[in-house]
Design a protein around this ligand. Structure first.
Ligand code: PMP
Ligand code: GLN
Length: 375
């Protein structure tokens, strides 16, 4: 008996393990390999010698809750209430799981856009609810006609992800208009807005669900300090939701983790006074451009990348084998690991697309591009 018969080991684990086995450059799983800001590591070192080792309040370290509220205020012009509307979570993954467990009931339908990151479906299935996959358009914009057609009286939640993993696509104002229109028609639908790359956008500034007052009362926004401050292993993020939803979410949170790592919370809280989130996009736009330029002479065709630290590339002019096999060959024969895009779909699509993570130091990117350019 399995509660999740079709869920297997995540592609990120599979590819990172294989990269290590073959000593390949790992551009598969999304994590930075460059040093964390010394200001942040210094704070952690100091905290380790102080009395910062015990449980913090369940919803989060109060100064951190205040600073998240301020961050949202500065970024999107609204001020969520620190005590009632913000929850510090053990990464976005726990935030997403917790929100779904708290708010989705048996037989509810939850719309997940295809392709999508892998952590949405399992929590929906564990609620005995029904994931309803709706394909994005070919350019990875939401297909609002299809989304609207998929909404029923049973639809409890639409999960959105902007900026989008794996494609780096970002939403336009018109997408939010279309989402609002659906919420008006279906008063029971909630929105789970995965914005873990909120501070990694390039030509356009990120538009958060938070900037739309008509959505706010029905929206759970989730983000990740792991992504923003290059500390994915810390597993620390936050949820923001209106109080009536947060009351339910906290009921689950207190029995899932109770409270999140004390030193990481205090460190992030102090670090937020020293750092400007605008610098994050600036750093990554340089990396994106550097990596794209290095691959210009290669046979990979690079898709647009508007945000996140992922670059999708087509290898159609190199091979017509499926992307999982191609990624394995990239590791074994060329020493570079990537992620096959088909794994982000419910029904694996037959196309020649793979994802590279460019959150790496320049030497790593240059060596990876050198190997990829030989293919
Ligand atoms: N959502 C998306 C779109 C992601 O790419 C990731 C991976 N970081 C997560 C959620 C999970 O974030 P965390 O590592 O903070 O749990
Ligand atoms: N979010 C990361 C990615 O897309 C993976 C994180 C994980 O392995 N759970 O690569």
């Amino acid at each position: 008996m399995s509660k999740l018969p079709n869920i297997t080991t995540s592609i990120f684990t599979v590819m990172s393990k294989m990269a290590a086995e073959y000593n390949a450059i790992n551009l598969s799983q999304g994590f930075p390999n460059f040093p964390v800001d010394q200001k942040l590591t210094t704070i952690v070192g100091q905290l380790a010698t102080q009395n910062s080792h015990q449980y913090l309040p369940m919803a989060g370290y109060p100064p951190l809750l205040n600073k998240i509220s301020l961050l949202i205020q500065k970024s999107y012009g609204r001020t969520p209430l620190p005590e009632n509307e913000i929850l510090v979570t053990a990464g976005a993954t726990q935030g997403i799981f917790t929100a779904i467990q708290a708010l989705v009931e048996s037989k509810d339908e939850v719309i997940i856009l295809d392709p999508s990151y892998d952590c949405y479906e399992a929590p929906v299935l564990l609620c005995n609810a029904i994931p309803v996959r709706v394909s994005l358009n070919d350019d990875y914009t939401p297909n609002w006609k299809k989304i609207e057609q998929a909404c029923t009286a049973q639809t409890k939640m639409i999960i959105i992800n902007n900026p989008h993993n794996p494609t780096g696509k970002t939403w336009e104002l018109s997408d939010f208009d279309a989402l609002e229109n659906i919420l008006v028609q279906f008063p029971n639908i909630l929105v789970l807005s995965d914005e873990v790359y909120e501070f990694i956008t390039f030509e356009k500034k990120h538009i958060s669900a938070h900037s739309r007052t008509a959505i706010l009362n029905r929206c759970i926004m989730v983000s990740s300090f792991g992504k923003s401050f290059h500390v994915t292993g810390w597993k620390i993020g936050y949820l923001i939701a209106p109080e009536h939803l947060m009351i339910e979410i906290k009921k689950v949170h207190q029995f899932l983790v109770f409270s999140v790592n004390s030193i990481c919370q205090i460190a992030i809280s102090e670090y937020l006074d020293l750092v400007s989130v605008e610098e994050i996009s600036q750093m990554y736009i340089e990396k994106r451009n550097y990596f794209r330029n290095l691959l210009k002479g290669s046979r990979f065709e690079l898709l647009p990348c508007e945000g996140t630290y992922f670059q999708v590339a087509s290898y159609a002019s190199i091979s017509n084998e499926n992307d999982v096999d191609f990624c394995k060959k990239l590791i074994t024969d060329y020493g570079v690991a990537a992620i096959p895009i088909s794994t982000f779909y419910e029904n694996k699509k037959d196309h020649q697309l793979i994802r590279f993570c460019f959150a790496k130091d320049d030497i790593t990117l240059a060596e990876a591009a050198k190997r990829l350019s030989k293919i």
